[in-house]
Design a protein around this ligand. Structure first.
Ligand code: AMP
Length: 588
């Protein structure tokens, strides 16, 4: 179906006065210094993420508001800002008593349960550096990350410990303390070599004086989803909280009365920056679902929890689309007022699906583990061009550059010309290092530009359009083809739920385009449908760009944060080594 290429913002769509109302004016007037002044700062000087996110609210009128509502599989649990302050103080005291101090590293390996959120925020209070891990990681990826990050403390559950860590414990030389969290309201049983999280918490005091951290002190370590080889640990500092504040305000339009649901797991940077920090900074109530994705459950949460602002990812949206609109029709979302998405290109089809099924378009935004927060976004302040990532937020300067790969880059002034997306360095949540890998870190910068490794283009109105990861771009008979545009064209066919496109070496044209698609639940694979899909893209994109080959598959390989793993599709297609699979969903 062909649709208009602009979704205009109507006043009735907004429902509240947006924080970003005049893009040009507010961008012009913006300064990071002024933004930082909107936060409190530690009373004796310094800046601490947990002070801004929890403590200052616990001392003011927000103390009795619900900070987190955890939707467990059996029952919900709520924590007010005051309760969260007490619990995080307790955890900070636990660390102190164990002799864990400023700069030491704490890792968390649990599901999305309260202990994860309490230990992350409690660690910040103690100046301890935090790294949340995906709970589905198996022993190998855990060992790599715990050793690379020199983990001194690990918070986990008995099950996780017994299944994955007990056997490799001797190979984790830095790990001094393992704290086991009980499940289903029961403290964890005694396990040799571990301590009970619950017992330590029960003994600890509710009063704690936050360790005076400075903006440049390390706070978070996030491992990137990576492509091949060893994962990189991106280092973030307490000062990053200024970006979390500003982006929550302008890109997610958070207002104090919002009920916010970020569906990301804290094992992925989105689940920390926006699943923990940003909503707390704004004093809103966050919904945290402890269960896995289920279309019916998700619609019910949106409806029953009266979610007002929803931040999710293309993979989830595609899964909802795949489940069919009939399920959505059973629910209503009168309170929902803003939807945003991140992590992968958001196909125009998905933006429109939001408008048609949920009553609101989806606002795509772009960022990376390395940027620590949202950089480019569709905001309430301007119309959406479906398929575009939006425009740089206040405080962010983005450009397209030609990169010769040998340390020389040239800014491309022309519009609509593809090149590498680069950002002017210096925003507060920019990574400060790749842990123990200065060489790789340095290669990300040329002069005052941070090079993102993504290919994109900028249009005449200053909107940025994603083309592909530079490693995913296909070169076919002299054309440079971004997989995203081909995938988006495939997604426009009503049968297609997901599409992944790769380049396959070919002696004549360099590479041919090959597509893998999975179908929506009410379609069955057939040769006829396969040919119809090939014909559909050819008609839309022309023979030079359309896939020459197309395979219908039950599902596409995805990372735990939901990104289609094109490199794995390619390796499998070509019979090449599959490389590091620790980020592959459904792998242990
Ligand atoms: P990660 O650090 O794991 O979150 O991965 C960051 C990468 O995800 C980016 O460099 C992009 O390649 C991709 N990405 C994130 N958001 C978007 C988006 N809105 N559109 C296109 N690609 C995106």
């Amino acid at each position: 179906m062909s649709r208009p290429n602009l979704i205009s913002k109507l006043p009735e769509d907004l429902r509240v006065t947006p924080n970003l109302a005049d893009y040009a004016e507010q961008r012009f007037a913006f300064s990071w210094k002024a933004a930082q002044a909107e936060l409190a700062g530690l009373p004796g000087g310094g800046l601490n993420m947990a002070y801004e996110a929890v403590e200052r609210h616990a001392k003011n009128g927000f103390r009795d508001r619900v900070a987190f509502r955890f939707l467990g599989t059996e029952r919900a649990r709520e924590f007010t800002y005051l309760e969260l302050s007490k619990q995080t103080n307790r955890f900070a005291n636990v660390l102190k008593k164990l002799g864990v101090g400023k700069g030491d590293k704490l890792f968390v390996l649990t599901g999305r349960i309260p202990a994860l959120y309490i230990s992350v925020l409690g660690a910040f209070k103690n100046g301890t550096v935090v790294s949340p891990l995906f709970s589905a990681f198996g022993p190998e990826p855990l060992m790599t990350r715990l050793n690379l990050g020199e983990a001194k403390v690990l918070v986990t559950t008995e099950q996780q410990y017994r299944r994955k860590l007990e056997k490799i414990r001797a190979q984790l030389p830095h790990l001094e303390h393992v704290l086991l969290v009980g499940e289903a309201d029961k403290p964890a049983p005694e396990v040799p070599g571990t301590k009970s999280y619950d017992a330590l918490m029960a003994e600890a005091s509710e009063a704690f004086e936050i360790v005076p951290t400075q903006p440049e002190d390390m706070a978070l370590l996030h491992f990137t989803s990576g492509t091949t080889g060893t994962p990189k640990g991106a280092v973030h500092v307490h000062g990053a909280v200024v970006t979390h504040w500003v982006t929550g305000k302008y890109a997610l339009d958070l207002h104090p009365n919002d009920i916010f649901w970020c569906t990301a797991d804290p094992g992925w940077v989105t689940g920390t920056s926006y699943g923990i920090l940003s909503p707390l900074l704004h004093g809103v109530t966050s919904i945290i679902d402890e269960a896995d994705f289920d279309a019916e459950r998700w619609y019910r949460i949106l409806q029953d929890q009266q979610v007002t602002v929803w931040y999710t990812a293309p993979t989830a949206i595609r899964m909802l689309m795949k489940a069919g609109a009939a399920i959505a029709k059973k629910y209503t979302f009168p309170k929902l007022r803003f939807i945003a998405s991140v992590g992968e290109p958001l196909n125009p089809e998905a933006v429109w699906w939001g408008k048609e099924v949920l009553g609101l378009p989806i606002h795509d935004n772009w960022w990376q583990t390395e940027t620590g927060g949202i950089m480019i976004a569709n905001t309430p302040a301007f119309d959406i061009k479906p398929g575009s990532m939006g425009r740089p937020l206040p405080g962010i300067e983005a450009c397209i550059v030609e990169n010769d790969g040998r340390g020389r880059v040239k800014i491309i002034d022309e519009v609509d010309k593809e090149g590498e997306l680069a950002l002017k360095a210096g925003w507060p949540s920019m990574m400060r290092a790749y842990l123990n890998n200065e060489e790789k870190y340095k290669r990300c910068f040329v002069g005052d530009l941070y090079l993102t490794g993504d290919l994109a283009k900028r249009d005449k109105d200053g909107y940025f359009w994603f083309v592909g990861r530079s490693d995913d771009v296909i070169k076919s008979a002299g054309h440079l083809i971004g997989p995203f545009e081909v995938e988006s064209a495939l997604m426009e066919h009503p049968a297609v739920a997901e599409a992944g496109v790769i380049g396959k070496p070919d002696s004549t044209v360099g590479e041919i385009v090959k597509a893998f698609v999975s179908l929506k639940s009410d379609y069955k694979p057939s040769e006829e449908l396969r040919l119809e899909l090939l014909g559909h893209v050819r008609k839309k994109m022309g023979a030079a760009i359309a896939p020459k080959e197309l395979e219908i598959v039950p599902s596409l390989p995805r990372t735990r944060s939901g990104k289609i793993m094109r490199r794995l599709l390619k390796a499998r297609e070509l019979g090449l080594p599959e490389g590091d699979l620790s980020m592959l969903e459904n792998s242990a």
